[in-house]
Design a protein around this ligand. Structure first.
Ligand code: 0L1
Ligand code: MG
Length: 252
């Protein structure tokens, strides 16, 4: 069952054809869903990608309430999802992508009290559900690697104090699309670190030094359109940018 579900999601992503929810007609436990996620990540690694990091989802009260969940979820980031700051994102590689401004941490060694934070950066996450109409259950979205699709990071800086209430702007073509605060990320993005450690331990996800952690979204996600320029600014941290092109696309 796990391999079959992973194949459905993998084919949906690679052929850009949305699929039906796995939970429709099947009992899919959260443990099963994380097993599907692990299998999907394994297929990306087998195609030559490298492990890059992890991301948290449902870190805002609004999204968690919409899904009726009380805990965050974790997904895996691989090298094929990573764009350089200012790069072009080929819309042809996605189904119905949306973007959301985030904060990223680069994790160092775990000294026994959890990993140290080596650096922090502004980031944009591109999420893209492999399910029809972007609709899913909690187990569905975990199996679908928490909708992870692409990530753009701005410049890394030394870890800063007072990350708990920084203004965040998401702009499209220089116009404000969404404004928010880092407080929307678990009340303080730094809380993403113990949460990621807890979930990574539970589901056997390695967090070696150098792991990039996407802490969560500071505003609602915005649908991407070809020909636009997207910029996410986190006050005091700088910005991350990319342009959207209507290309043919390979998988992200
Ligand atoms: O990064 C996120 O918060 C997304 C989690 C999955 C739910 C979604 O696709 O909106
Ligand atoms: Mg996100």
């Amino acid at each position: 069952m796990i391999e079959d579900f992973a194949t459905r999601l993998d084919e949906a992503a690679t052929t850009r054809t949305p699929c039906a929810q796995l939970s429709a007609g099947h009992d899919l436990s959260l443990d099963d869903a994380y097993a599907v996620q692990r299998e999907l990540a394994g297929r990306r690694l087998a195609r030559g990608e490298r492990e890059y990091g992890v991301k948290l989802g449902f870190t805002s009260k609004t999204k968690a309430a919409q899904m009726g969940v009380s805990d965050v979820i974790i997904g895996r980031l691989t090298s094929g999802m990573v764009l350089a700051d200012g790069d072009e994102l080929d819309l042809g590689g996605f189904l119905h992508p949306r973007c959301e401004p985030e904060v990223a941490f680069r994790l160092g060694e775990d000294t026994g009290h959890g990993p140290v934070v080596e650096a922090v950066a502004p980031a944009v996450e591109v999420i893209d559900s492999r399910y029809r109409d972007f609709k899913f259950s909690l187990a569905d979205v975990v199996a679908d690697n928490t909708s992870a699709a692409a990530v753009v990071l701005g410049p890394w800086r030394s870890p800063a104090a007072g990350l708990d209430n920084r203004g965040v702007l998401l702009e499209v073509d220089g116009r404000l699309a969404c404004a928010g605060s880092t407080a929307a990320i678990l009340g303080d993005p730094l809380r993403a670190i113990p949460a990621a450690v807890r979930l990574a331990r539970r589901y056997g996800i390695p967090l070696p030094a150098g792991t990039v952690l996407l802490a969560g979204a500071a505003t609602p996600a915005v649908a991407l359109r070809a020909g636009t320029h997207v910029s996410a600014t986190v006050s005091g941290l700088g910005r991350a940018r990319f342009s959207v092109t209507p290309g043919q696309g390979g998988q992200r």
